[in-house]
Write a protein that binds this ligand. Structure first.
Ligand code: LMR
Length: 396
């Protein structure tokens, strides 16, 4: 009977947007979900996307089904974006998925179905949805140390020690390729080398979440972590999202790429991946991926995309700086300059759950319970208001 069903708790991230929408305070601020907003507070449609959509309206001839794993042109573009043009493409099979989350869920399904009850190591902390995704496929989950006790830096020694001493060959290890969510704290390239060595030494399977390509240092620079891992191991899963870097959030455009040791294995992997997709969502939606492919097929639109992505990245860095200086000017006596070392959309503020609640209840400012702030949602003209409120909750 449905009568006995209990109410589920609200989602740790998207549930806050529901609460935000219901808030009547005209000065409210939503800095929870990872969505970019421009200076006017809008989440814009990129100009390259609009141009590609106009082109599609004129040229698209059918809305017939795509192949189970998506269109070949889109898949080729994903392969090049993520792995560059040097990798042997016969080793990489790509499936278009509904967003990065769809990619992660298909990766989890693949592990559960094809690789036995694979244990998955996730960083502590990690994106609030990771645990639920792996748990939904009944994969055992373990945590490795990631953020140091100072809440500002990477506990590289702890991370490497956990993976070296507690993992077993065949376990999967979830890594954020760049712009770690929720902390914004990333390993350096030399730390990636060490991580790759442990992954190789312990024969772990890298399961890489790549949701923010282009938001760290640049499109190619952000993929260097993946190249480093693949220089030492010959198998990996990579889940990409184009929600943020193309601003295509609601179009749900992503991919799961699986790298195998050889072309023969890749053929089997692709067939199993398709079988698993078929009994989940059958085949992917057309529009968002068609937009991405139309942009990447056209040199001018690709240049426009690079420019727009660079502008978003640069503006987020500028907002970080403004936040740090404005906080300083409040005299709250708490140095936030560590935010300048963090990458991507998010900042891990170090605010505790009580302070987070107070921000929401007293000031209608919504951030995630972990203290994660979406810097990409800040605006220049509300910076004083935001920092004033943060100063108040810090001072207690
Ligand atoms: C986030 O972490 O805010 C984004 O990845 C959006 C989401 O689905 O949670």
């Amino acid at each position: 009977h449905l009568g006995g069903i209990q109410v589920a708790p609200p989602d740790a991230i998207l549930g806050l947007t529901d609460a935000f929408k219901a808030d009547k305070n005209p000065d409210k601020m939503n800095l929870s979900v990872g969505v970019y907003k421009d200076a006017s507070g809008q989440t814009p449609i990129l100009r390259c996307v609009k141009a590609a959509e106009r082109h599609l309206v004129e040229t698209e001839a059918t809305k017939g089904y795509l192949p189970i794993d998506g269109g070949p042109d889109y898949r080729d573009h994903v392969r090049t974006l993520v792995f560059g043009s040097e990798i042997d493409s016969t080793r990489v099979c790509v499936a278009q998925t509904p967003g990065g989350t769809g990619g992660l869920r298909q990766a989890a399904a693949f592990l559960a179905d094809q690789m036995g009850p694979t244990r998955v190591w996730i960083p502590s902390p990690t994106w609030a949805n990771h645990k639920a995704i792996f748990a939904s496929e009944e994969l055992p989950i373990e945590e490795y140390r990631y953020l140091a006790d100072d809440k500002k830096s990477l506990d590289a020694a702890g991370m490497l020690e956990d993976l070296r001493t507690r993992s077993k060959p065949g376990d999967a290890v979830l890594l954020h390729a760049c712009c770690h969510n929720p902390t914004g704290v990333d390993p350096t390239l030399s730390q990636w080398k060490e991580i790759a060595s442990v992954v190789s030494e312990k024969r772990l399977l890298p399961l890489i979440d790549f949701a923010y390509q282009g938001f760290g240092t640049g499109l190619e620079e952000d993929a260097k972590s993946i190249a480093e891992i693949l220089s030492q191991v010959d198998e990996a899963f990579v889940c990409s999202s184009f929600s943020k870097n193309f601003g295509l959030y609601s179009e749900r455009v992503g991919a799961l790429s699986i790298v195998s040791a050889d072309a023969k294995t890749s053929v089997s992997v692709q067939s199993q991946m398709k079988r698993l997709i078929r009994c989940n969502y059958s085949n992917p939606p057309r529009h968002g991926a068609a937009v991405v492919a139309a942009i990447l097929d056209d040199a001018d639109l690709t240049t426009m995309w690079h420019d727009e992505l660079n502008q978003m990245r640069t503006r987020i860095k500028d907002l970080r700086e403004r936040f740090v200086t404005t906080m300083k000017s409040t005299g709250a006596g708490h140095d936030f300059s560590f935010l300048l070392d963090q990458n991507g959309m998010f900042s891990f503020s170090g605010l505790n759950p009580m302070q987070v609640d107070e921000l929401r209840n007293e000031h209608s400012i919504y951030i995630v319970g972990s203290g994660r702030i979406n810097v990409a949602g800040m605006s220049e003209n509300k910076m004083e208001q935001l920092c004033g409120a943060v100063a108040k909750v810090i001072e207690g």
